[in-house]
Design a protein around this ligand. Structure first.
Ligand code: PLP
Length: 208
């Protein structure tokens, strides 16, 4: 991160490291917290429901949902997470708003990889989605999130990261959640404000 920040002429404080702890036990989250990390990413509502009670004492820790969220799980997710990065439909936004007991930060997940991507809103759907969010009490929209089609080569992600930044600028949004273990440097060069890093911190994980 430091190297990419320097190359890009940015400041380290502009970028939040979200430590992705999916498929690791609560004890791993605790160890990372003790090492100074405060922002954590999880993919599955049910898995995090199991870990959350063990983490209740981690003052200042914030938990991001970075996996796809079905609207029938919106209520449970609203009670568990501080940030939901994967809002991709008006229906999901309304359900989260109805369930929000305190302010939840949200990001809109954008599908830039064409048809093979399963989740995420299409870029052309963003205006309607933003309009819905403007009338959703309890939700604060802070930015866009994307996951490019998988490739070993980090450079392959660059056009998607650039496209996400252009969309965010066009829609007046400051947050950009993009970049994972293998392509976080490219993402930082392209303006990421949040990188979601799992295996580069914690090593390989079990498959779900
Ligand atoms: C698992 C996951 C990550 C982290 O992936 P790594 O390659 O382990 O860094 C980031 N973002 C999303 C959406 C994920 O599902």
């Amino acid at each position: 991160m430091e190297a990419a920040v320097r190359r890009a002429g940015r400041r380290r404080e502009e970028i939040t490291l979200v430590a992705v702890t999916k498929m690791f036990p609560a004890s791993t989250v605790r160890t990372a917290y003790e090492a100074g990390l405060r922002e954590f990413g999880e993919n599955y509502v049910r898995e995090f429901e199991g870990k959350r009670p063990e983490l209740a004492d981690l003052a200042g820790a914030r938990f991001h949902l970075i996996g796809h969220l079905q609207s029938n799980k919106a209520q449970r997710a609203a009670g568990l997470f501080d940030v939901i990065q994967t809002v991709d439909s008006p229906k999901l936004a309304r359900r989260l708003s109805q369930a929000a007991q305190r302010e939840i930060e949200v990001m809109l997940e954008v599908k830039l990889g064409g048809e093979e991507a399963k989740s995420g809103a299409r870029p052309e759907d963003l205006p309607a989605l933003m309009e819905t969010l403007a009338s959703c009490p309890g939700l604060r929209l802070t930015g866009l999130m994307t996951m490019p089609p998988w490739s070993e080569a980090a450079e392959e992600s660059r056009p998607y990261f650039r496209a996400l930044r252009e969309l965010a600028v066009r829609h007046g949004l400051a947050g950009l959640s993009m970049g994972m273990s293998h392509d976080l440097e490219v993402a930082i060069e392209e303006g990421a404000t949040h990188v979601r890093v799992g295996s580069a911190i914690f090593g390989p994980r079990r498959q779900p």
